[in-house]
Ligand binder design. Structure first.
Ligand code: 6PG
Length: 488
């Protein structure tokens, strides 16, 4: 076993936690010219990193936490890359005990933003800066250029910003890292990013199931269709990797791999947090919600087994002529694009609501800008979102802004047809269907919510407002003649 004894104050930044993400982030920092201190609780990981990549650039390995902290130049910056949750708190306590006022602890894990708010307060009470930074891009992103969403104090971004911007992905030469806002803002937007990721993945999966059911297309044929779509407005990293997954053939059986993968989608929690938080903020993120629930529904074997006995009373989709098939493919493409617009629009609504609730003042244009490359939801589409928010930072509804409003209008006939066809054929497409319902709800001039208010007033005297006069009203439903009262 090697013992690493580093020189004091010789590293520009440190990474604690050398799992794949931590090791790749450390290598990215070192490759970009920052002497990078590295430490892992289990020394074997530090040894492995040094053995495999120690020659790539300047690493400053340590065998003890004391040496790791001492190897950092003041004000010290230590990135924590451990499993989100109690491990983060434990590492923070250990680091804080060895650090000095003004030092910076950065959590690059997928932490819950309310934990980050709590941790930032805890660190501030000790004179330390705490930065909760969302990092997206998976393992390759961490190594070659992720999208980085740091929260915390503006002062800490002055120290960290240049390093983050150097290691982040770039789009047209613009780095995909920007200061997001105080305390939990960075982890909040990363959470919503992941919620959007869930919806984006689900709408692609819904398009896949429609093409499979409607055309009887093979995964390979659908990959070809998606590859064409990926050359247009649907161009995205997720579409690109979907093509790869659909083309994968199992070496053992010669069958498409997708047909051999158990159809139960897992989750680690960020989508769920996005929906839970949206409920707290009263923001309808129906696309993200349906995508998250669809993963849950897919993962309930007993319920699915019980449900499979039920008759669907549906008529199979049969699309025969070449012309009809081509029209159906284009309809599905448009339905996918429309649903994607809904998912992003709702995600940005949640960011706006969170920013208001927590006083963050998030620049949504800048956020869309750093999502154009590096992250999992990177897509051509985000360039338009960037421009829309740059043109009007206070956009009340992304869906109603150009170019989305026009594109959405152009895609709605297709979305309606696809949702109706799928309903008749019994093909489940929850995000497509709920996106259409959301759209019709948001554009309605009058909603049945008036009836809900009447019902609430009936059973609970919850009162209502009237369209024709000011004030708060209640009908005495149990009294003769049901007179109406005006309440103060
Ligand atoms: C990213 C990803 C990353 C991770 C997801 C997966 O932005 O790099 O979102 O954070 O892959 O957490 O989430 P699920 O396991 O919940 O699908």
């Amino acid at each position: 076993m090697s013992t690493f004894t580093p020189e004091k104050a010789s590293a520009d930044i440190g990474v604690y936690g050398l799992g794949v993400m931590g090791a790749n982030l450390a290598r990215n920092l070192a490759r970009n010219g920052y002497a990078t201190a590295v430490f892992n609780r289990t020394p074997a990981r530090t040894e492995k990193l040094m053995a495999q990549h120690g020659d790539e650039a300047t690493f400053v390995p340590s065998s003890s936490l004391e040496d790791f902290v001492a190897s950092l130049r003041a004000p010290r910056v230590a990135i924590i890359m451990v499993q989100a949750g109690p491990a983060t708190d434990a590492v923070m306590e250990q680091l804080a005990a060895l650090m000095d006022k003004g030092d910076i602890i950065v959590d690059c894990g997928n932490s819950l933003f309310t934990d980050t708010i709590r941790r930032e307060k805890w660190a501030a009470e000790r004179g330390l800066h705490f930065v909760g930074a969302g990092v997206s891009g998976g393992e390759e992103g961490a190594l070659w250029g992720p999208s980085i969403m740091p929260g915390g104090s503006p002062a800490s971004y002055e120290r960290l910003g240049p390093m983050f911007e150097a290691i982040a992905g770039t789009y047209d030469g613009v780095p995909c890292s920007t200061y997001i806002g105080a305390n939990g803002a960075g982890h909040f937007v990363k959470m919503v990013h992941n919620g959007i990721e869930y919806a984006d993945m689900q709408v692609i999966a819904e398009a896949y199931t429609l093409l499979r059911e409607g055309l009887g297309a093979t995964p390979g044929q659908i990959a070809d269709i998606f590859a064409t779509w990926n050359e247009g407005e649907l161009n995205s990293y997720l579409m690109e990797i979907t093509v790869e997954v659909l083309r994968q053939v199992d070496a053992e059986t010669g069958r498409p791999l997708v047909d051999l993968i158990v159809d139960a989608a897992s989750q680690k929690g960020t989508g769920k947090w996005t929906v839970q938080t949206a409920l707290d903020l009263a923001v309808p993120v129906t696309a993200i919600g349906e995508a998250t629930f669809a993963r849950g529904a897919s993962s309930e074997p007993a319920q699915r087994a019980a449900g499979q006995a039920l008759a669907g009373n549906a008529t199979a989709l049969v699309i025969e002529s070449d012309e009809a098939r081509a029209a159906f493919i284009e309809d599905v493409r448009r339905a996918l694009f429309a649903s994607k617009i809904v998912a992003y629009s709702q995600g940005f609504d949640e960011i706006e609501a969170g920013a208001k609730e927590y006083g963050w003042g998030i620049d949504k244009g800048a956020l869309a800008r750093i999502w154009r490359a590096g992250c999992i939801i990177r897509a051509a589409f985000l360039d338009d979102i960037t421009r829309a928010y740059e043109a009007d930072p206070d956009l009340p509804l992304l869906l109603a802004a150009e170019p989305f409003a026009t594109r959405f209008q152009e895609c709605t006939p297709a979305l309606r047809r696809v949702v109706a066809q799928a309903a008749l054929a019994g093909v489940p497409i929850p995000v497509f269907a709920s996106s259409l319902a959301y759209f019709d709800q948001i554009r309605a001039t009058r909603l049945p919510a008036a009836l809900i208010q009447g019902q609430r007033d009936f059973f609970g005297s919850h009162t209502y407002h009237r369209v024709d006069k000011e004030g708060v009203f209640h009908t005495l439903w149990a009294a003769d003649g049901r007179p109406e009262e005006q309440w103060s």
